[in-house]
Design a protein around this ligand. Structure first.
Ligand code: KMH
Ligand code: ZN
Length: 285
C-alpha cells in the first residue's frame, strides 16, 4: 500500500565528490546546518550525513560526528541519519563507532558491491555486528540496497537477529551505481517485490538515473532520497546550485503524485526513532 505522504531524504554531501570540483557541496558544519535548514524548508524530513575534515576530506571522526548531530538537532527538526558506509577506504571499526554519536538513524548497507573502480566492503560479519549494535544502541537502521542480492541479505539479517530497533523495517534502494543494480523501473519493481512484508522504502537514483528512479518510486508508492551525494547535475548541462534545489524538485514531483512531503513529526512516527531531541534542544534560549 502506498503512503499518503512522501518522506523526502536529503543526502547533501557524500564521501566521493571533491569540494574543489563542486564548490556548492556543503562540507563545513556551518554549510551543513544551513543546508539542513534550507532543505527542511523545501520539504525534506530526514538528512543522511557524511562529514568532512578541515581539508574537506571525508572523515568518521567521532567528535565531529557528535557535533554535527547536535548542531543539526538544534537548528532543524530533521531526523539525523549518519552514514556508516563512510568512504570506501574507511576501516570497519571506525564505521561501527559512528553509532556512538547517537544519531536517530544510520545507514546499513546489506552487502559488498563494486563501486565504480572501487569496492564498497560490507561482508556478512560486519553487517551482522553493525545491525546488533543498532539494536543495542537504539538507532533505527536504514537498509541500503544496491543490488537484488542485498535484499536477500536483509532477510537473512532479520531472520538471524530479529526486528530493527523501533520495529519498522525501512529500506533505501540505491540504484544506478556502476557495479550495482541499474536505475530502471524494472529493477525497482523487482527489488520492491522482494522486500520484507510491511517494509517502507525510498529510492535513490545516482547521476542521470535520479529522475527516472524518482518517478518510478513515486508511481510504485515509495519515498524519495535526493541530494548532491547522488547527483551534482540538475539537468543536462546544468550543475546543481544547491541541495534545496533537488529537494524542491522532489517535493514538486511528490505533490504532483498526490503524495506531498511528510513533516518531520510524521517521519518520526513512520520510522519510530527514539526521542533524543528533548535533551539536545533543552539548552535553547
Ligand atoms: N560512500 C559510499 C562508499 C552510506 O552512506 O552508507 C557508501 C555510502 C553508503 O555512501
Ligand atoms: Zn551515504
Amino acid at each position: 500500500m502506498s503512503a499518503a505522504r512522501t518522506l523526502i531524504t536529503v543526502a547533501p554531501t557524500g564521501a566521493e565528490t571533491a569540494k574543489a570540483a563542486v564548490p556548492a557541496l556543503p562540507v563545513t558544519l556551518d554549510e551543513l546546518v544551513e543546508t539542513g535548514q534550507a532543505c527542511e524548508a523545501a520539504g525534506a524530513a530526514l538528512i543522511h550525513v557524511h562529514v568532512r575534515d578541515d581539508h574537506a576530506r571525508p572523515t568518521l571522526d567521532l567528535a565531529r560526528l557528535r557535533d554535527t548531530v547536535e548542531a543539526l538537532r538544534e537548528a532543524t527538526t530533521l531526523l539525523v541519519q549518519l552514514s556508516t558506509g563512510g568512504a570506501v577506504t574507511d576501516p570497519f571499526d571506525d564505521r561501527l563507532r559512528v553509532l556512538d554519536a547517537e544519531p536517530d538513524s544510520c545507514s546499513l548497507t546489506c552487502g559488498t558491491v563494486n563501486f565504480g573502480d572501487d569496492v564498497f566492503q560490507n561482508p556478512w560479519p560486519f553487517m551482522a555486528e553493525l545491525y546488533q549494535r543498532t539494536q543495542a544502541q537504539q538507532v533505527v537502521p536504514e537498509f541500503e540496497l544496491f543490488d537484488l542480492g542485498h535484499v536477500a541479505a536483509l532477510h537473512r539479517l532479520l531472520d538471524s537477529y530479529g526486528a530493527p530497533y523501533g520495529g519498522q523495517i525501512h529500506c533505501d534502494l540505491v540504484m544506478g551505481v556502476p557495479g550495482g543494480m541499474p536505475g530502471t523501473a524494472q529493477a525497482l519493481v523487482a527489488a520492491v517485490a522482494a522486500l520484507p512484508q510491511g517494509a517502507s522504502w525510498s529510492a535513490t537514483g545516482i547521476g542521470r538515473t535520479t529522475l527516472p528512479v524518482a518517478l518510478a518510486a513515486l508511481s510504485a508508492g515509495g519515498h524519495l532520497r535526493v541530494g548532491m551525494e547522488d547527483t551534482v547535475t540538475f539537468a543536462k548541462g546544468r550543475p546543481v546550485t544547491d541541495n534545496a534545489q533537488l529537494v524542491r524538485r522532489a517535493a514538486e514531483l511528490a505533490a504532483l503524485a498526490q503524495r506531498p512531503p511528510m513533516s518531520t513529526d510524521d517521519a518520526r512516527a513512520l520510522l519510530r526513532v527514539k526521542n533524543r531531541r528533548t535533551a539536545a534542544v533543552a539548552g535553547r534560549p
